[in-house]
Design a binder for this molecule. Sequence first.
Ligand code: G3H
Ligand code: 13P
Ligand code: ZN
Length: 326
Amino acid sequence: MAYEYKELGLSNTREMFKKANLEGYAVPAFNFNNMEQMLAIVEACAEMGSPVILQCSMGAVKYMGKEITPLLAKGAVDRARAMGSDIPIALHLDHGPTLDSVKECIEIGFSSVMIDASHHSFDENIKLSKEVVEYAHKFDVTVEAELGVLAGIEDEVSSEHHLFTEPSEVIEFVSKTGVDSLAIAIGTSHGAHKFKPGEDPKLRLDILKEIEKKLPQFPIVLHGSSEVPAYYADMIREYGGELSGAIGIPASELRGGAKSGVAKINVDTDGRLAFTAGVRKILATKPKEFDPRKYLAAGMEEMKSYYKTKIVDVFGSESAYKKSNK
Ligand code: G3H
Ligand code: 13P
Ligand code: ZN
């Protein structure tokens, strides 16, 4: 079934980013793969009055199915409205690998897409990103592209080392492609192991500043920005999981960026950790429990309450819109 995103009640990211840059906060972009994660995200954001980008990798779309994914996003909009909140909600393709993947997602109701051609040459990246912009803008769908390469595993893209974004390239990239937002590499990376034990978990905020000078008020995106709270790593271990040497990005490193040009910050791992910790705890402490609603609700509650604190500590996006009254 094909949908236009506007009929699902979704928004693209254009106005969201304009307001975020003007008012000095970043929009949370949280990944989801199922109904429980979607509910945790939308309820946290509606209760805080924060705009939200619900994002899915192609792997997530494959997992939920093309028929279900847009309807879960519609469900998120309906849930926020039923809670009395007017937050805008986007459905965004995370790390789209090809023009075909972008077309497929726009066809089923995505309001925003990322084309991740950052592992190609500069010229190839420009060519593919421009093609995506020309296609997506016909449907009023906004486009994110990436310049520079993050270490860690991306969906269908993997890189061992960082290739920080070169500030001297950003003006040419943005003007030649026409993208609506730009993801940059300044030392963040995907997954739960962003730094080695003993390493100083610092971002190259000097590169971010240089880029902001070249692209004033342009929406900058940070991927790989989970904090990986020790609290959840400990909880996962305490209840039988294995997770060692997990280190994320300190909130203090991200908060400054969110106050200036960073309009979107991507978080997936933190939600996975909180959810898993909640599920592990209930299964370990209530061994007789076998109703999925009980143990999945425990994961959902943990993820929701953690995201509510993160909206204040990292994004600064609380009260940007009407909070829920229920
Ligand atoms: O950046 C990648 C996201 O965390 C999505 O991960 O490909 O496992 O869905 P995934
Ligand atoms: P984390 O793995 O740090 O949560 O990053 C998620 C991300 O960048 C999704 O695109
Ligand atoms: Zn990412």
